[in-house]
Design a protein around this ligand. Structure first.
Ligand code: SME
Length: 161
């Protein structure tokens, strides 16, 4: 059994240390992408404060298709270049959006979402999909989130090699 801590961890870096340890443990020795992404979505959703959606979209035939996630049901297909996810995927760059209502073409899956971070998943220059996390709090995602989430995506991608 894996333990999702419900202790208050005020320091965001220490919280990410706990998150990375748990994702490392739940994906250790497993190469199946869907299984690892499913467990990672669960850990991120339950252990990050002020998050209402955490999950993955996977590249299928040149569009993004909904993958493992936690949160309310979400739109299934996103074209490259559309919304925050499609833009991050097309640019192969992390996007931190402090106010989703100001992002042109933002796709609202949950009306509660106010800010969002999307990290592309890339293996050997090839786009696999994106990690998408939404928050009901404006300006929720900082550089600490960006750096740690990018390294979590790297860890997940290294599991599938
Ligand atoms: N807001 C995203 C769509 C996915 S949901 O947030 C889960 C976007 O604009 O791409």
């Amino acid at each position: 059994m894996f333990h999702i801590t419900d202790e208050a961890i005020d320091d965001p870096v220490k919280r990410y240390d706990a998150i990375v340890s748990l994702i490392d443990a739940v994906t250790s020795g497993e190469r199946d992408l869907i299984a690892n992404l499913a467990n990672a979505a669960s850990v991120l959703f339950h252990m990050l404060p002020d998050v209402n959606w955490a999950g993955f979209y996977l590249l299928r035939d040149s569009e993004l298709v909904l993958g493992p996630f936690h949160g309310k049901p979400a739109c299934v297909r996103i074209a490259m270049g559309r919304g925050v996810c499609g833009t991050s995927a097309e640019q192969k760059q992390t996007l931190v959006v402090p106010n989703v209502h100001e992002f042109p073409g933002h796709i609202a899956c949950d009306a509660a979402s106010a800010s969002e971070i999307v990290i592309p998943m890339i293996v050997a220059d090839r786009l696999i999909g994106v990690l998408d996390i939404d928050s009901p709090v404006a300006g929720r995602f900082s550089d600490v989130d960006r750096l740690h989430l990018e390294s979590i995506v790297e860890l997940l991608m290294s599991r599938c090699r």
